[in-house]
Every structure is written in C-alpha cells, then in structure tokens.
Design a binder for this molecule. Structure first.
Ligand code: GLU
Length: 422
C-alpha cells in the first residue's frame, strides 16, 4: 500500500464522523447481495465500510474500509477515463454516447441511427469502452486497464479469479451486447476480446479505501493525491466526472443527483465511488443492493453525509467575500504619474465571477487621464481563463498619456504566471 499521511492509531475527527454515519445506516438490512453472478452471492452481506480521501492526500476511514470486493461497474468511469486519455473525446464518442439511458445496467442500448450505446456507464457502453483500450488481445487490453486502475488507486490491484470465472460462465447477455455493438460498427475489437477484458476489469478487487482514492484522483484533476502521479489530464477528469454525474447510479441517477448531489458510480459488488470536485473522494462498501443495483447502505450513508455536511455539488453558498479588499484613490502613491491613480488590493481565489466583479466595479473608476493598479499581492490563485480575461481587459484599456499602461496588473508573487496555452 502506498505511503500516505494517515495515522491510523488515533481516529481522526473525520473518521469518527464517518463511523457515526455508518452506525445510523447499519440497521438497514433490506436488499439482497447480487446473485446473477453466482460467486458474488457468497459475499458476507453485513460488511459495511467507508473511506474519504482528501485531495491533499489524507485518508479517513471507518468500518470495513479494508475489506476487499470486486469493483464491478465502478470500473466503468475509470476505464472510460483511460480510453479518453488514449484517444480523446471525439474518437471515444464516435463509439459511445454521453446520454443518460434511464434504463437498467444490462439494457440493450444502441442508438438506432448511430449504433452507439447511450453512455459508457451501462454495460453496452462499458464493453465498447473496454474495446477501445489499446491492444489487440484481451490480455493486452486488460494489462492497460489493470495498470491504469492501479494508478488511480495508488496500489497494484489484483483479479478475483473465482469471480472472473463466474462472470465468464454467466456472461452471455454481455456477449450479446458486444455482438450487437460489433454488428452496429461501434465495437473496436471482436466481441470475445472486448468481453474478456471487461469481465476481468469487473473482477478486479478493491477496498472502500481504494475507491476513495480513485475518486479523489478525479476530484484532484487527474492527479492521485497520495502518490502524486498524474493518471489522466484535467480535461479527462472533468469529462469523466460529468458522465458520472448524469449516468453513474444506473436508472436512479436523476434521483441521486437531486438527493445526494455528488458525481458517483456504483457497482453490483456493493461499492460506490463518489466525489466532490476539488475536495475529496469517498468510497463505500456494503453488498446488499436495491432493485436498481445500488448498495442500500452505501446510498443511505452518502445521503446522510451529504445532508449533514452540506456536500451537494449545487449547494448554495453564502455570497462569497468580495475579491476587492481595499481601494485607495490618488495620493497613495509616490509615483510621478499623470492624473489620479486608483490602487485596488485584491484577495483570495479569483474565478470568473470574481474577475467579473473586479472589472465591473473598478474599470469605471479609471479617469480619462488616470491609471488603475490591480494589486495581486493577497491573491491566492487565479485560473488561466481568469488571467486571460484580466490580460485582455488591461490590454484593451491601452496606455496612459505618459506611456505607462492605464491598467497595471501588479503581481509581486507571480500568481498570474500560469500556463495560458491550454
Ligand atoms: N460484471 C457485471 C456485469 O456486467 C457488472 C455489473 C455492474 O456492476 O453493474 O454484469
């Protein structure tokens, strides 16, 4: 297991909070362990675990967070991410769509015009996604998948061979989906190669802790917060998270988005991976499933956590602190500049909304002869698009009569030195 900052000897306050949520969900014993794959039916139904990994690399755990189970459909977004990283969005979406299906995971889902499965989170789309992964043979594709998912988890993941054999023995519906996609021209390999790679990918074993770190890697823009390895690009992490948001919880995805509001993916092994972009990933494990295939206690735990701690991604936040800390007009400067000089001290993280406020409030203070100095000394971060907008606005203001820029971006700590290429 990769080294991290976790000290497991004393439970962190967060671990205690997670444990208390687990205890509230523990009495929920409705639902049933998946049995359509016989080997899955052998799972101990009472297991219950959770882990939360922050993008800063701390992991908090409670319950059976180290219990191993098969990843099943939770592999789908991560393999989708690997395919996107390898081939790009345009090529991947030639083969699989991005629309929620509202149908069960094993639905016969092929668009009648394009032949594409509706999305990569249902079996038909996931099998097509696995077929896109580099390699001609199933073992070549699977070794790319296994290495990629291990990089997301920050440790080497193994296959549960008994579950794999059971998937192979009972996977005719998945084979049928693969043959249909093949006949529609959207499968990128033979049906046999795609389904073998897919069955092995579903049979990789993980823990709730692994799922938390995998999800945290997406939350962290594609960089594993424990190993610090970049696994996929920021764009790929965002696209993958978007598809989890709309399609991750089988045919309960819309309801999940309203009630929990976290991009997530569940699997019939009882796992759920959920994330809050820029903050954390969560993994839960409890094998009893509801009628739609989602873990009953996993859903209950995430619902409760989201409600208790205000984790819904669309939660309304109070009006943020103004990015303009202080404005001084004239006299404040000893520079020999013509006309009045307005100096505005800016602060905090500047996103698009904050830059909009800066420009809308401050540009009218610019006298025809004067200058506006935007001081970034107390600014913590400016994203590339916001820097572009600022540079454009400063450039458009042109020079003052004395030749100095009318809008000066004073940046003592270099927060504006961001990569503007992307
Ligand atoms: N291996 C499973 C199947 O394709 C994955 C299903 C799931 O977790 O939704 O049948």
């Amino acid at each position: 297991m990769a080294a991290d900052d976790t000290d497991r000897s004393t439970p962190s306050p967060l671990s205690i909070a997670l444990a208390s949520v687990l205890e509230r969900a523990r009495p929920k014993t409705s639902g049933a362990v998946a049995s359509y794959i016989p080997e899955l039916a052998l799972e101990d139904p009472d297991q219950l675990g959770i882990a939360l990994a922050s993008v800063r690399g701390t992991v908090h755990e409670a319950g059976d967070s180290d219990a191993e189970f098969t990843i099943q459909s939770v592999s789908k977004p991560f393999v989708f991410a690997l395919a996107l990283e390898q081939s790009g969005l345009a090529e991947v979406t030639r083969h699989v769509g991005l629309e929620p299906s509202g149908e069960p995971f094993n639905a016969i889902s092929l668009d009648e015009h394009t032949g594409r499965p509706l999305n990569p989170m249902i079996n038909a789309g996931a099998i097509v996604t696995s077929s896109l992964v580099r390699g001609d043979r199933a073992d070549e594709k699977f070794s790319v998948i296994s290495a990629g998912l291990s990089a997301f988890a920050g440790r080497s993941l193994d296959v549960d061979e008994a579950v794999f054999a059971s998937e192979q023995a009972t996977g005719d519906r998945n084979r049928a989906l693969a043959y249909l996609a093949r006949s529609a021209g959207t499968l990128a390999s033979t049906a046999e190669v795609a389904t073998t790679a897919y069955f092995r990918q579903c049979s990789l074993t993980v823990t709730a802790r692994d799922l938390a770190i995998m999800a945290a890697t997406l939350a962290n823009g594609g960089v594993n917060p424990i190993t610090r390895e970049r696994v996929v690009s920021e764009d790929v992490a965002r696209w993958t998270t978007a598809v989890m948001t709309s399609c991750g919880m089988y045919d309960a995805s819309g309801e999940w988005l309203v009630r929990v509001g976290l991009p997530a993916k569940s699997g019939v092994g009882g796992g759920i991976a959920a994330l809050q972009p820029e903050q954390f990933g969560i993994g839960t494990f409890s094998p009893r499933l509801d009628a739609r295939g989602n873990s009953v206690r996993g859903v209950a735990v995430l619902e409760e956590l989201s409600e208790r701690h205000g984790l819904h991604m669309l939660e309304h936040r109070e009006a943020p602190l103004s990015p303009i800390d202080e404005i001084s007009v004239g006299g404040a400067s000893s520079d020999e500049v013509a006309g009045d000089e307005v100096v505005a001290m800016l602060r905090g993280d500047l996103n698009f909304g904050n830059v909009e406020e800066v420009l809308t409030r401050l540009m009218p203070l610019l006298e025809s002869e004067g200058r506006l100095v935007l001081d970034f000394g107390a600014v913590t971060r400016v994203g590339a698009p916001a820097v572009r907008l600022l540079l454009w606005a400063a450039d458009a203001a042109g020079p003052a009569p004395d030749g100095l820029p009318r809008v000066e971006l004073r940046d003592p700590d270099g927060v504006l030195d961001v990569d503007l290429a992307g």
